[in-house]
Design a protein around this ligand. Sequence first.
Ligand SMILES: [Zn+2]
Length: 445
Amino acid sequence: MSAASRQASDLLVQDGKVSAVLQPGAGEGIEVSEILDASGLLVFPGMVDLHVHIGEPGKTEKEDIGTGTRAAAAGGVTTAVIMPNCIPPVNSAEALVRRAELFKNKSFVDFALLGGAGGESIDTIVEQAEAGAVGYKSYVGAYRSDRPGLLCKDTADLYQVMEKSAEVDRFVGYHCEDSRTIDLLRNRLLDAGRVDFRAYHESRPEFTESLATVALLEVARETGGRLHLVHMSSPWAIELANLYWAHGTCVTVETCPHYLVFSEEDTARLGPYAQVAPPLRSLETVDVLWSLIEDGSIDIIATDHAPGTPGEKVRGKQNIFEGGGGLPAVDVVWPLMLNEVNRGRIAAESLVSLMAERPARMARIYPEKGSLLPGSDADMVLVDMEEVHHLSADRSYTKHRDSAAIYDGIEIAGRVKTVLQRGRVLSRDGVLEEEKPVGAHWVRP
Ligand SMILES: [Zn+2]
């Protein structure tokens, strides 16, 4: 399938690439070494996931390259774009090159790396691009010592980061929450003795997201930098982005499966296991997010894959402000979205642009990735839209199955049957077949 259309075709693959897209049966005389029968199935380009947290090196307690990329391979994320949060963080060319070597030896899926951008790394933004960064990640607000080089402590930092990133034509993905206002609200709740899960939501209302977004949009408008708003959950903030975009600002918007399939109503049941930042929103907001997908205000879906450790989740039960946020998602993103296709929320064709084509274009690795045009890498996800199954953490490759248990029991119509990377079968029915880490590093041509 392509973003525009679905058609019955025979796909010819040679040397890991799609060599031809033929009318069914038109390739009959061509000699092939293997035939994969996909009749009755839909074939999607593999997901290009622009938001994957794998903390290796240095921060492997949540997920390491082996566990995280096996989960991706099982789930149909064939290009994982890796966030720079690790120890030491990626904030220089040297750190990026070192990390690429690690991933080349251990990754089960193809990958691209994001650099780190912030007040302390303005001077390394260009060298990180030259070393292969396809974009950057940055945070706004209060200083966190575990993110050196990834923080814009004020709008002056922000301005310089956007200016520099524009020089190398890379997007900067920003976490949009106003941390100082959140600190204030959290301290008020703590003073009132509130440490329950609802207090976490009350400390991060939607306006803290739009508040941070406004400053980012203004700086992007002025500098001409490519602003990417990651894991957005606030419709108002997204509408603002849309307004700026309509007036020529280069801005893209991402949301995540958890904002589309869960709501804050689920938190009574899931407690700290549903702790994410920004938090899950109301059912009403979830409906508006779907309409913003439909009208094109949301550009991409990415996972923000980041399983929490058991310790973090246990601490969160006692005091939610001591817990650690994050959900695993690379292995369930396809089934969750396919189910929404079957529920009539979204067209299957739209998933191609949201999950493959647009993210690949943003990273400038399209059409090698994110497409099944002749010449593209044969990264494919074969899907049976009819098959009904239940999600279960028992089958997950992620490091923390208790974190993956938030999806347990969800009935899904639509199943990923086979995942291919450059023509090789990575997994079938969610079970890994590839035994060797075959992931290649993707940089801009
Ligand atoms: Zn993230």
